[in-house]
Design a protein around this ligand. Structure first.
Ligand code: GUN
Length: 297
């Protein structure tokens, strides 16, 4: 095992470096430049920041990034028309529609309209179903990044370990549970109706917290030596901070740090890994769609 504070930023940077080299190679050998279309509807402030970071990283590793910033009043019909166009666009290999969407748009209708081969978020039911039954699939970026930290970075012997996933969203909790299960973990999924969360935490060798509640998981709940992966990104008011707020995770970092053998910080833990995995999924999609051998990134 490496450092106690898991430096997701550094791990992601290393991945991006390897991906940049792979993209240069794809261009030189096959004339292939993977293209990612990022669609943002409305002006949800955190989404604007996430999308900007995704586009910036895509360009940095040499991908083509196509940006669609649509007004909050966009109709579902117009968004579906854009997706239909992107589905047949030969330069676009990955399509990402940032969530949440404005109320007049049904997210499931939109996600289901994306060609599963271009579904770099892994949210289409085809990809979710393939993951659930153990077939090759496009894996959602955040759980993919968390698994990378646990398996490839920390090199944990996952088979037989007890993993607790806190949160049951389609974006993180459910795919995270499926991935850990596939690795042979004994997986528990906790959520808002779970009766005794501290007791569940006390059993867990690995905790993945994705509840969306600031500093919700306390150090005293955590089994000594557990590995803690914090997916949360929450803003809390802080008059002393330059922007008037601080960004914290779903885990109370300081108390958890005392108990854990390894823990991701927020920011600088899971967030950069999510973006790295989006780029990796885009490279994978481009290779699968064009029939080019896939680099090992
Ligand atoms: N909103 C929050 N996380 C995500 C994500 O991973 N993908 C998309 N498309 N929207 C999100």
């Amino acid at each position: 095992m490496t450092e106690k504070r898991i430096d997701g930023k550094a791990v992601a940077q290393e991945l991006r470096r390897a991906m940049a080299a792979a993209v240069t190679d794809l261009k030189a050998k096959h004339g292939l430049v993977p293209g990612l279309a990022v669609v943002l509807v409305g002006d949800h402030a955190p989404s604007e920041i996430y999308v900007r970071n995704k586009q910036k990283s895509a360009k940095e590793v040499g991908l083509n990034s196509y940006e669609y910033n649509l007004p909050a009043s966009t109709s579902q019909k117009d968004l579906l028309k854009l997706i239909a166009d992107l589905n047949v666009d030969k330069d676009v290999h990955g399509i990402l529609v940032q969530l949440p969407l404005p109320n007049q748009i049904d997210p499931m209708a939109v996600l289901s309209a994306i060609d599963p081969a271009k579904d770099v978020d892994g949210f289409h039911v085809t990809n979710a179903g393939r993951l659930a039954v153990g077939l090759p699939a496009m894996i959602p970026c955040t759980p993919k990044g968390c698994l990378y930290l646990l398996k490839d970075h920390l090199k944990l012997p996952l088979a037989g370990m007890r993993a607790l996933v806190i949160g049951r969203s389609n974006i993180v909790g459910k795919p995270m549970a499926a991935l850990l299960l596939a690795e042979g973990c004994t997986v528990t999924v906790a959520h808002s109706k779970t009766k005794d969360l501290p007791a569940e935490c006390a059993q867990a060798d690995i905790i993945v917290a994705a509840v969306g509640r600031a500093e919700f998981v306390k150090g005293e709940w955590i089994k000594p030596g557990a590995v803690v992966i914090d997916v949360g990104i929450n803003r809390v008011d802080d008059a002393a901070a330059a922007k008037g707020y601080r960004v914290v995770g779903d885990v109370d970092f300081n108390s958890a740090y005392e108990k854990a053998s390894a823990i991701t910080p927020v920011p600088g833990g899971v967030g950069p890994m999510t973006i790295a995995c989006l780029l990796s999924n885009t490279i994978k999609a481009a290779c699968v769609i064009t029939g080019v051998p896939r680099p090992a990134v």
